[in-house]
Design a binder for this molecule. Structure first.
Ligand code: 13P
Ligand code: SF4
Length: 303
């Protein structure tokens, strides 16, 4: 990216007293200009602790909403309105209410990939990087988990003392990874470690050397003595993987692992958003208040 554009963005950030954050699945140039690139958990915490009063959130709706809920006094802008998450759309607050009615007395643990209204119906929120810790530390034994069936199964297997009933949502992007393709690519690169996101199916996760959040995958690859890695998550993580490990080799499971909503954010949309202050994220106060209780519990248990 040319220096003039970088300077323009910096000037606009100063004028608006803004910080730019980006998820690991964003386009490479967006990750390059962001002040912080992280997974869902790291970004939520970072936004809370920043002194700037405006956050430009390069990600999808639920992430920007979570930032707003955790920092209600700040202005949160999303460069492209309507960048949703297909998995988050797989459960509505009404559906969760019905699910709760079927299982009275169960606590609700909800993946952060969910709407603010669904979070408001939940007892605790988890992300892929803290789900195991949070659920192990919950005092309740009977738990409803939504919306991701794969993360739910991944956690349930590691928590035999909990009784976890799982909603059947999933991420269509991670579901593109088939066990047969994993076997083939492992044959092709026998010395490579397989690193996947827990949104992959259990058949795929079972073959992995490591399953964890986007940041977890990057940290694992950086710390590992291996020189080659097969990556089973959205293609955007390749940017940070290569940047942090220029001498290691990374093979993405498929070039089709693209989350279309994550890729909607462009540099132009960020400039536009900074200039006009458009696409401010609002969460109704009664929803935000209840969702914050569940998010705060995550921050407490996930410490
Ligand atoms: P992370 O929390 O691991 O960044 O994942 C978010 C996500 O949407 C994965 O598909
Ligand atoms: Fe949602 Fe899947 Fe995109 Fe993550 S990759 S934001 S879970 S649709």
């Amino acid at each position: 990216m040319d220096n003039m554009l970088k300077e323009r963005i910096n000037k606009l950030k100063q004028e608006r007293n803004a910080v730019i954050v980006a998820h690991m699945y964003q386009n490479d140039d967006v990750q390059e200009i962001a002040d912080m690139v992280g997974d869902s958990f790291a970004l939520s915490k970072y936004c809370m602790n920043r002194p700037e009063n405006t956050i430009v959130f390069c990600g999808v709706d639920f992430m920007a909403e979570s930032a707003k809920i955790l920092s209600p006094e700040k202005t949160v802008l999303i460069p492209v309105a309507g960048a949703g998450c297909a998995m988050a759309d797989m459960i509505t607050a009404e559906q969760l209410k019905e699910f709760k009615k079927q299982y009275p007395g169960y606590a609700v643990a909800t993946y952060i990939n969910s709407s603010a209204a669904v979070k408001a119906e939940s007892d605790v929120i988890v992300t892929s990087s803290n789900a195991l810790k949070v659920i192990q530390r919950m005092s309740e034994k009977n738990i409803l988990f939504c919306p991701d069936r794969n993360l739910g199964n991944f956690i349930a297997k590691q928590c035999p003392d909990k009784n976890i009933v799982i909603w059947q949502g999933f991420c269509p992007i991670h579901h593109k990874i088939q066990k047969e393709d994993v076997v083939k690519i492992k044959d092709l690169y026998p010395n490579a470690e397989l690193l996947v996101h827990p949104e992959c199916t259990p058949e795929v996760t079972a073959l992995a050397d490591y399953a964890g959040s986007t940041k977890g995958i990057i940290d694992y690859a950086t710390a590992s003595d291996s020189e080659e890695f097969i990556i089973g998550t959205e293609i955007g993580v390749m940017y940070q993987l290569k940047k942090n490990n220029p001498y290691k080799k990374f093979y993405i499971m498929s070039e089709e692992l693209i989350c279309p909503n994550m890729k909607k954010t462009t540099i132009e949309s960020i400039v536009n958003c900074l200039e006009k202050g458009e696409n401010e994220v609002f969460v109704p106060e009664n929803v935000a208040k209840r969702a914050k209780i569940a998010l705060d519990r995550m921050l407490e248990l996930g410490k």
